[in-house]
Design a protein around this ligand. Structure first.
Ligand code: DX5
Ligand code: ZN
Length: 219
């Protein structure tokens, strides 16, 4: 496979009290910064409200990939795009009007993406392909970092790669990505990899990103 590999580290497992120091550790080797926004409604965990997320987005030296795990996502998703996120991902399970929200995100200048929880089938969503810049196939149940990679999601990744065909749409996986699992996801067709605990629980986060990238490129 020849498409470009992207590593998008998640700061969920970083030291949130020293975020700018944490981000500067990985800035030169990462493609985008993956920002997990959780509202304690769509998922049983809370990370940032819009105000603090906006602050991170405006101060980040890296373009931000905002993964919105929030209920009633339609209008807030567009606000994330307006506040400067480079990419905004909405969960299909949380959105009311997929098409108009994706279009609103793009209109505000961001890439528009849809995420699918492990139990959600991709085929129902293939008809939104013209409004999508990235598909995110969750490889854990959203809500927490440090969970085990669900290898049984690889069939969905393969199916999504087939749906994408030759379009320049990114295919992201999120959850449990490590040196042990990244090649499996790459082989199935993913090209954009979120890694949280593998990066921030390592002694050298930048080196870990380089190693992950090298593994994915080897495939
Ligand atoms: C889970 C989040 C992930 C998570 C990844 O709901 O969307 O981005 O932080 O963390 P790891 O890589 O530890 O599974
Ligand atoms: Zn995420």
């Amino acid at each position: 496979m020849s498409s470009h590999i992207r590593i998008t580290p998640s700061i969920l497992n970083a030291d949130l009290q020293n975020l700018s120091a944490e981000i500067s550790k990985i800035a030169s080797v990462s493609d985008l910064l993956h920002l997990d926004v959780m509202d304690d409604r769509f998922v049983p965990n809370f990370t940032f409200d819009f105000e603090s997320a906006s602050k991170i987005i405006s101060q980040s030296p890296l373009p931000v990939d905002a993964h919105l795990m929030v209920a009633d996502v339609d209008s807030i998703a567009i606000e994330y795009a307006e506040t400067g996120a480079a990419s905004v991902t909405i969960h299909v399970e949380a959105v009311k009007d997929i098409k108009s929200t994706l279009r609103g995100i793009r209109r505000a200048g961001a890439r528009a993406a849809i995420a699918l929880k492990p139990g959600t089938d991709i085929d129902r969503y293939s008809n939104f392909i013209d409004d999508v810049d990235m598909f995110l196939i969750m490889t854990v149940e959203p809500g927490f970092g440090g969970q085990k990679f669900m290898a049984d999601m690889m069939e969905k990744v393969r199916r999504t790669r087939a749906i994408i065909g030759s379009r320049p749409i990114w295919l992201q996986v999120d959850g449990g990505i490590s040196l042990e699992t990244i090649e499996i996801a790459r082989e199935a067709g993913a090209d954009t990899f979120v890694a949280g605990s593998a990066v921030f629980n390592s002694d050298d986060p930048a080196e870990m990103i380089n190693l992950l990238r090298a593994r994915a490129e080897r495939e």
